[in-house]
Design a binder for this molecule. Sequence first.
Ligand code: NAD
Length: 256
Amino acid sequence: MNKTVLITGSTSGIGLGIANQFAKEGYAIMFHGLEKNGAEIAKEVGERYKVKVAFSNANLLQAEAIEGLVEETIKTFGALHVLVNNAGIQFVSPIEDFPNKKYENIIAINMNAVFYASKAVWKQMKKQKFGRIINVSSVHGIRASEFKSAYVTAKHGVIGMTKVLALEGAAFNITCNAICPGYVKTPLVIGQIKDQAKAHHMTEEEVVEKVMLKKQAVKQFVPLEAITDMAILLAKDSSTTITGSSFVLDGGWSAQ
Ligand code: NAD
């Protein structure tokens, strides 16, 4: 039987890249995200790689919607082998002006949703004696940058949760790991380039060079393929002892 993967936020950016790679490997895929053309994106990938797909636009701000998303995945495909907790949002502001609602939503989508989704898949993965949970954290899960209080808090939290789930899953062949990228050029980052150009009175090129990639030793955006290859590796049967770890793909940022 081909394996099944649920990837949150897979109708854009990193999640879509991961979905394409899993499709290439023959996985059935539950696509998920708020993009209006999500269903078409899912269908197109399914046709290209001849794999089963479905799509949900469950709102990760609601625990019940997340539980429903997991239930729907298991009902549609009859199993759920890999969960990629990828969806995330960003907002950048000095703490004194940071809107409470933005803080709460970042914590809810980037961190709490990881808890609700992992909790919801647990019973099925235990029953299968197989589960791979892959959390897309960030270099901001192990390092801080100013003006990102909510994001850095959420991403650090995800790394803590990753370790706990690794311990709880060990007896059941459920692994849990985090991938921690530096900057990847996706819609989330393109939005930040524009915001930061305004905030720093710089051109967009200057923001990329002097602000974003300042902390990376390798002055390039992290290629999507590096992340998708890592996700495929972590999902393998043979990766059963790779658990509780954070894999940093940050162009040398955290080596300093
Ligand atoms: P993106 O904006 O391209 O995609 C985010 C996805 O999350 C979208 O599909 C969106 O619809 C979904 N989403 C957002 N809010 C949601 C909600 N309330 N309910 C349901 N879905 C929701 O972003 P991306 O750059 O691909 O980021 C993906 C993940 O990678 C995030 O967790 C992000 O923090 C992390 N990350 C990104 C970078 C980077 O440089 N792009 C670096 C490190 C970590």
